[in-house]
Design a protein around this ligand. Sequence first.
Ligand code: ATP
Ligand code: SF4
Length: 327
Amino acid sequence: MPEHTPVLELSHVSVAYRTAAGPVQAVNDVSLVVMPNEIVGLVGESGSGKSTMAYAIMRLLRGNAYVSGGSIRVLGRDVYAMGRQELRKFRWRHMSMVFQSAMSALNPVITVETQLVDTLRSHLPNMSVSEAKDRAANLLELVRIDPVNLKSYPHQLSGGMRQRVVIAIAIALEPELVIMDEPTTALDVVVQRSILDRLQEIQADKRFSVLFISHDFSLVSELSSRMAIMYAGRIVEEAPASSLSSIEGHHPYTEGLLRAIPKLTADEITIKGIKGHPPDLVDLPVGCAFHPRCPRAYEPCRLFRPEILATESGRVECHLFAEKEVL
Ligand code: ATP
Ligand code: SF4
């Protein structure tokens, strides 16, 4: 794959849930590109549409969810134009996902070894069982689990080890794109740190692309080169992670998330959350969806939805940026 061809290309993607109260527009006109060997962070409060976006990319939306517009391309291929067989071969081989909960991603009645061997052999039918077992042991070593655990069932492992197994399965077939949806949120800080450090090393070595999803702004900015900030189903800002070390000059929602990062002072932790709650997606506020919570809202914000504007290093959706003197 040429270096300049995106691994993931979201173009005006919308995803909705059918509900009795009407469609819930969980993802609303989202465009985003992830290039080869790049880690892009997708952040936002709970309910902003991050997981829905992830499931839509994998074409794993369930029940009442459906893609209502736009296109999703992975390695230049339209994920929704593939036949079922084609999709089955493509998923895990070229794009994989690490889910929030390791327990729900793993089969509780099958050993770790069998889960890894099955994943490998379902896509590489010429691989012998013994080859697959060797590869399974290598994969466990890669994620820093002693291969003696191959014969374990998921419930016999700690939460951190289970999540490492899920990561091993996700990278088993060396896919070009790995989507990670809050992969370590349920774990304690020390385990989380060690898994993420290892993940960064593996990514640097294998050079796959990652869409890393989390509500934890500082964690994502540490891992990613670029960040997309999501609010009420829309990407309201996209910026290089390096630019997010300073609070000023960003979308007011991004600024709010940056201010909400806990600050450790001499004898206390200060947390300044964003006031209010994300809006009801069935009945979004007119104008900018953030206006009821925005400390900088002014008249146009209550009337018109802001355009997407290019910035020096990314893009932003806010009226203030169209009126530079207000910044
Ligand atoms: P979290 O971090 O809590 O998972 P998120 O940013 O990933 O949040 P989503 O889980 O994608 O957000 O949810 C986006 C919106 O879609 C939410 O407002 C949620 O209430 C709504 N939603 C999710 N699942 C359904 C469903 N099955 N039916 C109706 N609405 C849903
Ligand atoms: Fe705030 Fe207005 Fe910008 Fe929306 S458009 S973020 S309400 S200033």
